[in-house]
Every structure is written in structure tokens, then in C-alpha cells.
Design a protein around this ligand. Structure first.
Ligand code: NAD
Ligand code: IPM
Ligand code: MN
Length: 366
């Protein structure tokens, strides 16, 4: 069956701007590779709060449930950040969707294309062969979801608390995803934790070491998160696949994005368990956010959204040829010198373009 259903959640800020380009690319790819996409647009985040009074309307969840995958833009922004925390776009929509669909495995491939080496703030001699690291981030557990969570203002010195919890099963399943990914790459897996302080990390290390027995070909190592943050800058090419918890993965993946040249380059796939047909239900979203500082100007980089759409084709729809073609078209547009403002360095051969021109350059290459 090559008629696929996807739900489009554009959200806020630059979300709708970059989504528009991703949808054009998907349309071009579906024509070229002879499949059909039935898309349903739904409200989410601040846009849903403004229109419906809540960040995640039931009809949005219903539409997602009826589809093969979700393509997500970004949510949040200054307009909604003074609402009660659970009614804000992030905690009221994005996190609940991840949890509702059990999307525990977040794959964030940080890749610095050769033509973008000089856009990376890392010294070029440190990335002689570019930068290509896969961050496997646990997405539905840890300190984001642990209870109790809250605050107590009824005392002279108010307090707030969050709880970091990981179960053995949660750690084991994300580690299996990471080892499997490492098997398809350079077979080197780094587990990042804070086992010198946190109980969760001590359990994490035990479990990852246990799972490693099932993957004898993969070379497993461990690093504390503070050192990992430093090593990413010091010697980025030592990494292949990195597996870590929700909070550490959030932070390290932004750092990886910048090593690749810009946060606007890093896509992501949030996956649950594999289905019988080998595909996943998943949500695909850029790793960056709604970028309120540049929203509405038509200058955001659409590549993270476009590469997220390509991951959707690959992991949820099995349209691998189309996914490969989109990835190649992105590389080709970059090779031709097209640069949104976040990537533009003024070097010879670069042409500074806006969001829609970048989309058009990618479609032309496709
Ligand atoms: P951000 O990722 O939105 O922006 C950080 C910086 O990166 C900004 O300078 C921004 O201009 C730049 N940037 C991000 N994406 C870019 C792109 N595609 N092209 C060019 N530049 C880009 O992070 P923030 O400013 O900390 O957060 C803004 C809002 O986004 C907050 O409400 C936050 O909660 C939300 N957020 C949402 C998601 C999501 O929906 N998945 C992810 C991260 C942050
Ligand atoms: C991300 C974002 C989200 C996260 C926020 C918006 C809740 O930063 O997807 O990286 O922390 O997971
Ligand atoms: Mn983040």
C-alpha cells in the first residue's frame, strides 16, 4: 500500500514557515516516486491555545491516531510562557504526545556536511572527515516525567522539585535501540551518564553493560555527561553513537547540532516499538524550537524540518528511495552554495537565501 496518511502539526513561531517547505518537498518526492500522501493539518501548541483554548485538542490526538506518522514543527513562545506550566505548549502538548504514543526513542543524527565545515564553530582540523554522530535520546522518562513534580509556595522559603526516575525496562529498551543503530554504523557506542552522582545513572550503567552482552561486536564505553559535553568540542570525531537519558540528550543534541553548523540542520525521529512490518509509528520534528527571535521573517532554515520529513518516509512509510533522494537534494543545494542566514559565512560561492528559496533549491535538486 503506497497511500500513506500523515498528520501535520505545524505549531508556532517558525514551525509553519519551515513546514510549508517540507510539505512542498514531500509533494515533489511523492510525485517522483509514485506514492500518495494524505495529509491532515491539526492545531497544536500556542496556535491551539489561541484557537481552541487548549494546547492539545482531542481532535488533534484523534487525527494522529488514525495516521501512519506525525510531522511536527515546533511549539512554544513568549506569548504562552506565563500560563500555568501544564497548560503551556511544551508541557501541555509536545510532552503528552510523546508519552501518549510511547515514543521513547529519539534519534538525532548530527551531521556536518563537508561543504559546511567552515560554518562549524569547531576547528576544521578536528573534523577532517566531517562530523557524523547519532544521538539516541530516551524521550518518555527521566526527570521530564518523574513524579512527584511541583512546588510549595506556602513557606517562607518556597521550594520546587522534579524527580528523575528510570526503570530497568525503560533503560533496556532504549539501549537496545542504540546498540542496534551502532551495529548499522561504526559499532562504537558511548553511554553518557552522571553515575558519580545520580542513582538513575548507576542503574543506567548496569543495564547498558548487561545489554552489551547481546551485542558483542559493539564496543561500549561510558562517559560522564560533563566530560562528554567537553569532549564533543575537543575531539568530535571520537564519537559514533551516543545513548543517554532525556535531559542529557536534550542538551548534548543542541551542542551536536551546532558542531554541524546550525541548530537548523538537526532533524529527529521519535519512535516507539517496531511494528510487524518493520516500520514504526513515529513523530518527526526538528531538534530546535519555534525560534521566536527570527519567526515571521522568512529567514529560518527549513533543512531540519525537511530532513525530519525524510526520516518519516524512511522509518514510518518505508519510502526509502524518496528519503535517500531528499537527503541527496539537501546536500546538493548546500553544495551549490545556498545558505540561510544561520549558515551563511560570506565565503566565496555562498548565496544567502530565505526559507522558501532554500526549499525551492532543494526541490530543484530533487
Ligand atoms: P530555539 O531552538 O527555538 O532557538 C534557539 C536559537 O536557534 C535561536 O537563536 C533561533 O533563532 C535558532 N534557530 C533554531 N532553529 C532555527 C532554524 N531552523 N533556522 C535558523 N535558526 C534557528 O530555542 P529557544 O529560543 O530556547 O526556545 C524558543 C521556544 O521554542 C521555547 O518556547 C521553547 O520551549 C520552544 N522549543 C520547542 C521545541 C519543539 O517544539 N520541538 C524544541 C525546542 C524549543
Ligand atoms: C526538544 C525540546 C523539548 C525537549 C522542549 C520544547 C520540551 O527542547 O525537543 O529538544 O526538551 O524535549
Ligand atoms: Mn531541546
Amino acid at each position: 500500500n503506497r497511500n500513506h496518511k500523515i498528520t501535520i502539526l505545524s505549531g508556532d513561531g517558525i514551525g509553519p514557515e519551515v513546514m510549508q517547505q517540507a510539505l512542498k518537498v514531500l509533494e515533489a518526492a511523492s510525485t517522483k516516486f509514485n506514492f500518495t500522501l494524505e495529509t491532515t493539518d491539526c492545531l497544536v501548541g500556542g496556535a491551539a491555545i489561541d484557537a481552541k483554548g487548549c494546547p492539545l485538542p482531542q481532535e488533534t490526538v484523534d487525527a494522529c491516531e488514525k495516521s501512519d506518522a506525525i510531522l511536527f514543527g515546533s511549539v512554544g513562545g513568549p506569548k504562552w510562557e506565563n500560563l500555568p506550566p501544564d497548560e503551556q505548549p511544551e508541557r501541555g502538548a509536545l510532552l503528552p504526545i510523546r508519552k501518549h504514543f510511547n515514543l521513547y526513542a529519539n534519534l538525532r543524527p548530527g551531521v556536518c556536511l563537508p561543504a559546511l565545515k567552515h560554518a562549524s564553530p569547531v576547528k576544521n582540523e578536528l573534523i577532517p572527515n566531517g562530523f557524523d554522530v547519532l544521538c539516541v535520546r530516551e524521550l518518555t522518562g527521566g526527570i521530564y516525567f518523574g513524579t512527584p513534580k511541583g512546588r510549595d509556595d506556602n513557606q517562607e522559603n518556597p521550594t520546587a522539585h522534579d524527580t528523575m526516575v528510570y526503570s530497568k525496562n525503560e533503560i533496556e529498551r532504549i539501549c537496545r535501540v542504540a546498540f542496534t543503530a551502532a551495529m548499522a554504523r561504526d559499532k562504537r557506542l558511548l553511554s553518557v551518564d552522571k553515575a558519580n552522582v545520580l542513582q538513575c545513572s548507576i542503574l543506567w550503567r548496569e543495564v547498558v553493560t548487561e545489554v552489551a552482552k547481546d551485542f558483542p561486536e559493539v564496543e561500549l564505553s561510558h562517559m560522564y555527561v560533563d566530560n562528554a559535553a567537553m569532549q564533543l568540542i575537543k575531539q568530535p570525531s571520537q564519537f559514533d553513537v551516543l545513548v543517554t537519558g532525556n535531559l542529557f540528550g536534550d542538551i548534548l543534541s543542541d551542542e551536536m547540532a551546532m558542531i554541524s553548523g546550525s541548530l537548523g540542520m538537526l532533524p529527529s525521529a521519535s519512535l516507539g516499538n517496531k511494528k510487524e512490518n518493520g516500520l514504526y509509528f513515529g513523530m518527526y520534528e526538528p531538534s530546535g524550537g519555534s525560534a521566536p527571535d527570527i519567526a515571521g521573517q522568512g529567514i529560518a532554515n527549513p533543512i531540519a524540518q525537511i530532513l525530519s520529513a525524510s526520516m518519516l518516509l524512511r522509518y514510518s512509510l518505508g519510502e526509502n528511495e524518496a528519503a535517500d533522494a531528499i537527503d541527496a537534494a539537501v546536500n546538493a543545494a548546500i553544495d551549490k552554495g545556498y545558505r540561510t542566514g544561520d549558515l551563511y559565512t560570506g565565503a566565496e560561492g555562498e548565496t544567502k537565501v530565505g526559507t522558501s528559496e532554500m526549499g525551492a533549491a532543494i526541490i530543484a535538486a530533487l
